[in-house]
Ligand binder design. Sequence first.
Ligand code: IPM
Ligand code: MN
Length: 355
Amino acid sequence: MDLKIALLAGDGIGPEVIEQAVKVSDAIATKFNHTLTWTPALTGAAAIDAVGDPYPDETHEVCKAADAVLFGAIGHPRFDNDPSAKVRPEQGLLKMRQKLGLFANVRPTFTFPSLLDKSPLKQERIEGTDLVFLRELTGGIYFGERGRLDGGNTAFDTCTYTREEIQRLAKKGFELAMTRSKKLCCVDKANVLESSRLWRETVQAMEKDYPEVTVSYEFVDAVAMRLVQWPNSYDVLITENLFGDILTDEASVISGSMGLMPSASVGTENALYEPIHGSFPQATGLGIANPLATILSAAMMFEMSFGLVEEGALIRKVVDESLAEGIVTEDLKENGEKGNSTSEVGDYLVSKILG
Ligand code: IPM
Ligand code: MN
């Protein structure tokens, strides 16, 4: 296949981890006879510095024209410590999600047998955990009306959802559940919020179209609790934007390293793949960033955007091998043992793929 990929390295460790994902993807392309064409484009603080916009129009054009977008990370401390900054890197991410129509954020959490002891949770609680959050990504309180009243002394943010927005996200949830263990959990706060009651009502009405799927409805506070008590009792979970933001961070540490969890953001036309860790500014340029989440995001890209399941599976296999062999960055090493560098991990994976 001839595949065009937009390459958005972004900020912080973004460029370093992206470089490894490109290396690994190119090795996969060589092995399976595909041609990958990468088109780099600016986002985040890097784009603000260059053109004053964290998601410039040129970048949007590159993303629209591509078969998929591979994304590193966004964010810079220079902006975090300046509440008066008019333009922020994160705005680029929100604009990108909205303009590309990426309404469904797919965030899996799974454990690696060789890393069970890295988890903050007891081994017997997390064994077998393999769940997927589908977080709504272009609606809710992130994009609702907001403002100040009362001379700036009162502030408000509103959470709005249409039935259609809920349906399209829930449809993906039901479809994903059908390919897995046919269990779907709708996470809401329907005992308090009207928008949650619309979520519940909408999902309930869709149940008849998927008679094989068992649906549970749980309140977000209870899910936050059960997620650390019995993560392996969940399979597919669907939820609105802010609940999903919070719960997926919680879920991401279950596996033992946030540096390992990939994600996809998909719409009807476009899809973007990114690690769920952030830009990790303290590690920038040190060669210590764990590239595996970005590499596993590339695996999701092969599988979900290109339908190349074998290619994705080979990436997952060599990642498992690097973990088992201990060719890993310092975040996964024991007792202060020196880690392999970011690019050594990438090189190892390439040699395994081509070897
Ligand atoms: C995420 C991030 C973003 C979000 C921020 C950076 C705007 O936390 O992708 O989860 O809140 O969606
Ligand atoms: Mn988040």
